[in-house]
Design a protein around this ligand. Structure first.
Ligand code: NAP
Length: 275
């Protein structure tokens, strides 16, 4: 087993590993195998969602580890954007995963056209008060959406999971999160394994540190205090992706990676997209 990732303490006190495993797209069988391998290798944060339809497979793998040793995240869809709906969504995820509580439950997308994410948020606050989830958060929320949650409930999310990599550095979101004690989690943290990993700035740093391009990008996120959740179904890549806590990028390398901001394909716009 590799070293465990260090943790970050969320605003309500839960300790979340600073790197985790993404499980989309994986079906139940893939998820059971990949999550099982990841746990063997030392991953202690597993990211799933109602929408991935793999919570049963993830849950099978979780049976191999004491519950309190792993940080389990799930997310729910827009049809559950109400106080009661959040509770129903929690119960469905917990049952599929075979757990009595979740470490983190997220509103998957704000769906502002539906205009019910504040109600979903009230539902999450109630779940946390009931001790059914240790931490609560959002995904794909822009600063304007987050501000509304804070204005209307007085409670900020502990985590906001957004599409973030050197291709889209999301400075405005990161600044807002830092101001409100929200931890930034990154989806597609290695740009879905695409061209980003061949960019000269990434390849040059990889050579300098004798690391893989993905390790360089994940380390950039760690040094920005962002929690990446790279997906891999391959044991070697799983092992490499977790092993980013024993080297350091220079300020110049960090700046060169950050300079790629805006160079990827258009990211998802959560004012329009979402489920
Ligand atoms: N909140 C949201 O709305 C949202 C949206 C999308 C994703 N997510 C979450 O974020 C997670 C990660 O995002 P993502 O899957 O879109 O993108 P990603 O993690 O940036 O990239 C995953 C891709 O990169 C490959 N890969 C993994 N490690 C690699 C390495 N070391 N070198 C080269 N290629 C590598 C993987 O293939 P192999 O499996 O073959 O290694 C896979 O094709 C998802 O699994 C999901 O949990 C959340």
């Amino acid at each position: 087993m590799s070293e465990l990732a260090p943790t970050v303490t969320l605003s309500n006190g839960a300790a979340m590993p600073r790197l985790g495993l993404g499980t989309s797209p994986m079906n139940d069988a893939d998820a059971e195998r990949a999550v099982g391998e990841a746990l063997e290798l030392g991953y202690r944060l597993i990211d799933t969602a109602e929408n991935y339809r793999n919570e049963v497979g993830v849950g099978r793998a979780l049976k191999n580890i004491p519950r309190e040793e792993v940080f389990v995240t799930s997310k729910f869809n827009k049809r559950w954007h109400s106080v009661e709906g959040a509770r129903t969504a929690f119960e469905a995820s917990a049952e599929k995963l075979g757990v009595s509580y979740l470490d983190l439950l997220l509103i998957h997308w704000p769906n502002p056209d539906q205009d019910r994410y504040v109600e979903a948020w009230r539902g999450l606050i109630a779940l946390r008060e009931a001790g059914l989830v240790r931490a609560i958060g959002t995904s794909n929320f822009k600063p304007s959406h987050l501000q509304r949650l804070i204005d209307e409930t007085g409670v900020a999310p502990e985590v906001n999971q957004i599409q973030l990599s050197p291709l889209w550095t999301k400075q405005e979101s990161r600044d807002f999160h830092a101001e409100h004690g929200i931890v930034t989690e990154a989806w597609s943290p290695i740009g879905k394994g695409g061209d980003l990993l061949n960019h000269p700035s990434v390849v040059e740093a990889a050579r300098a540190h004798d690391r893989t391009p993905a390790q360089i990008v994940l380390r950039w996120e760690v040094q920005l205090n962002v929690v990446p959740i790279p997906k891999s179904s391959d044991r070697t890549r799983l092992e490499q992706n977790l092993s980013v806590f024993d080297f350091e990028l220079t300020d110049d390398e960090l700046a060169k990676l950050s300079a790629l901001d805006g160079s990827g394909s258009t990211p998802a716009d959560s004012d329009r997209a979402g489920h």
